[in-house]
Design a protein around this ligand. Structure first.
Ligand code: PEP
Ligand code: MN
Length: 265
């Protein structure tokens, strides 16, 4: 496989421009709300990122919701507004693309296209993202194996797009005490098998706000190249995933802990 270390020994460095990278040897911190909600909310999260020297912001404008009646995102207009505010602050945007028709309309406003867990094996979407010259982060499928995640990455890489990032976000197991089971095993295994950078998402991985920092730090010590987690000014009022979202004080503390842990690794 082209994404394997056997094919390419040197770790892949994903360059987002302005000296911002996701790569082996660095620790990317990506935070923001589950959903982009309002202009005021975007401004507050951008300010939080700036204050904490966080260069990448996450948020969904197209939301894959389990219920069709739940909030499904602000769509392309939300992305345009977000891009205006984030780029002015020097912050890169990580956001989910749900279908091929969105790739082009999102293109001017996105820095990393996120492929969600539910679309991890949407091979049409992966094929089309292989033709794009912007970074793609693929999340592991809801019940996806490590091998399946690598095969999904292979679709994009073999299509010609080498700006690729893998993301462990927890898998569905028999355990119901947590939302998902964050598979920490996947991190050293993916790092050994592939030259691609690996990011950990502890928010969806455990789904419980109070335990997100522990799992984030476990991810750092497992060898991850970055952590992506959800934050919001008032998590209880978030339109989605509030139960696993950190407030800004918790987020600021976690960002500092991630950096300290990485420095000790
Ligand atoms: C998200 O990042 O908010 C999200 C929907 O993640 P996942 O696809 O991992 O469930
Ligand atoms: Mn979410």
């Amino acid at each position: 496989k082209l994404v394997s270390k056997k094919w390419k020994a040197k770790p892949t460095s994903v360059d987002l421009g302005d000296n911002i990278f996701i790569k082996d040897g660095e620790m990317a911190i990506i935070t923001g709300p589950c959903s982009i909600e309002t202009e005021d909310q975007i401004r507050k999260v951008v300010a939080h990122c700036v204050e904490n020297d966080i260069k990448m912001m996450r948020g969904g404008v197209f939301k894959p919701r389990s219920s069709p009646y739940a909030f499904r995102g602000l769509g392309i207009d939300g992305l345009k507004l977000w891009h205006e505010l984030a780029s002015a602050a020097g912050i890169k945007i990580v956001t989910e693309v749900m279908q091929t028709s969105q790739i082009e309309e999102m293109y001017p406003y996105v820095d990393v296209y996120q492929v969600g867990a539910r679309n991890s094996q949407n091979f049409n979407l992966l094929d089309e993202l292989g033709k794009v010259d912007k970074a793609v982060m693929i999340k592991r499928g809801i019940s996806g194996t490590i091998e399946e995640l690598l095969q999904s990455a292979e679709y994009v890489f073999s299509g010609g797009n080498e700006k690729l990032i893998l993301c462990e976000r927890g898998i569905r197991t028999y355990e119901r005490a947590s939302r998902n089971t964050l598979d920490l095993n996947a991190i050293p295994i993916l790092k050994a098998k592939s030259h691609l950078p690996v990011i950990v998402d502890p928010s969806h991985g455990i789904g419980i706000r109070a335990y997100v920092p522990q799992m984030a730090l476990a991810g750092v010590m497992s060898g991850a190249d970055g952590i992506i987690y959800e934050s919001h000014e008032v998590p209880e009022k978030a339109y989605s995933d509030g139960q696993q979202t950190l407030d800004f004080a918790q987020s600021a503390r976690l960002a500092a802990w991630i950096r300290e842990s990485f420095a000790m690794r």
